[in-house]
Design a protein around this ligand. Structure first.
Ligand code: KG4
Ligand code: ZN
Length: 357
């Protein structure tokens, strides 16, 4: 699968990337900025009846999926394991047990093949993956990463070594809010795509839901932070009041109004960060980047502010191995030293640590 034609020749190293921070077992192969393969096995169906990811279930699923997913990636790329020049793996942040499966597998491969190992930060990998689709990332870039596990605003001055957190969610992640509100509305898990679809037939101004952390005092203390738990509670109260009154819940209108509140806050703060930091590129990644309203609003507001928006295609926005391989490839290209074989699975790895020691 060659998506962009670049000049990565046969002497450019092939990097294999492994991602297991949550419920996707991802194995990607890249050469330079060329995507060779992106194999993903998801355990999402096994978590659906719990309404959220169950860590033990995810870990076991990674263990079972790892070898077949590596084999699938190699077949897709027409590459043998012995052709791989370096291994990259998500060292953190994520679910501890899930990360351990990926890290242990990557160490085994590194030893067996005699190739260097790069333990990388999952959030920085969400940023680096865009290079596979849109080419070299302008630096600095502001990145808005929104998924079931994270909502972060980052200043990326060097994706391999200088990533600074500007803000993050102080409670629920954006995707988590989508999933919880979907549940309230009787929509399936994971709820984001269902809310997105339902909202198309709804009125985004039907209910004026709260915009968390946007008041004057919050803008002093939490300028680039997000909060979605108050919004989720507001939706719950609104739905309960409606049911108490014996009235039907207008699902599409509530979905559209909720989605509008999330997209408004995310894009408002992302554009503000770009303006205040003098950055003219905004990258959006993570599963919620697939949201149609978020994308449309980001494009509109960024166009008004003279900011270029980059959003990788949906399969590269959700967790995958290609993103880890992309960051590993950039580490190799910039001559960063490899990690030690003692590298940890660090569930709370700070984003300022792009490469594990
Ligand atoms: O990146 P991702 O696969 O990583 C995890 O956090 O596991 O993101 C999944 C999240 C879920 O919360 C899902 O509801 C949300 O992304 N999501 C969406 C959309 N597609 C996926 N949220 C809003 N709109 C969408 N179209
Ligand atoms: Zn992620």
């Amino acid at each position: 699968m060659m998506d962009r034609v670049t000049d990565a020749g046969p002497s450019t190293p092939i990097v294999l990337g492994i991602e297991t921070s949550c419920d996707e077992t991802g194995v990607g192969l890249v050469r330079g900025n060329d995507l060779l393969a992106d194999a993903v096995a998801s355990s999402v169906d096994e978590h659906a009846r719990f309404g959220g990811v169950v860590p033990e279930v995810a870990s076991r699923a990674h263990l079972e999926a790892m070898v077949p997913t590596i084999e699938r990636a190699c077949t897709e790329a027409g590459v043998r394991l012995s052709d791989v020049d370096a291994i990259a793996v998500t060292s953190g942040p994520g679910l501890a047990g899930a990360l351990m499966v990926g890290v242990a597998s990557a160490k085994a491969l590194s030893i067996a093949l005699g190739r260097p190992l790069y333990g990388v930060n999952h959030l920085a990998a969400h940023v680096a993956v865009d290079q596979l689709e849109h080419g070299p990332l302008p630096e600095p870039t502001v990145a808005l990463l929104v998924s079931g596990g994270h909502s972060s605003l980052l200043l990326v001055e060097d994706v391999t070594s200088a990533v600074t957190p500007l803000g993050q969610s102080i409670d629920d992640a954006a995707g988590e809010a989508f999933d919880k509100v979907a549940r309230l509305l009787g929509l399936p898990f994971p709820g984001g795509p269902y809310i997105d679809r339902s909202a198309r037939d709804g009125d985004p101004a039907y209910v004026e839901f709260p915009r968390g952390l946007t008041g004057p005092r919050d803008m002093e203390r939490h300028r680039y932070d997000f909060s979605f738990s108050g919004l989720k509670t507001a939706v719950a109260r609104w739905v309960e009041a409606r049911q108490r009154d014996g009235l039907p819940v207008p699902v599409a209108d509530v979905a559209a109004s909720f989605q509008e509140a999330v997209a408004d806050v995310l894009t408002r703060k992302a554009v503000l960060a770009c303006r205040e930091r003098g950055v003219d590129t905004l990258l959006i990644g993570g599963g919620v980047a697939a949201n149609s309203r978020l994308r449309a609003m980001a494009e509109q507001r960024c166009a008004d502010a003279g900011i270029a928006v980059r959003v990788p295609r949906p399969s590269l926005c959700t967790d995958n191995g290609a993103m880890v391989a992309a960051l590993g490839s950039e580490m190799v290209a910039r001559g960063r030293p490899a990690s030690s074989l003692g590298l940890p699975a660090d569930s709370s790895m700070p984003v300022s640590e792009v490469l594990a020691g």
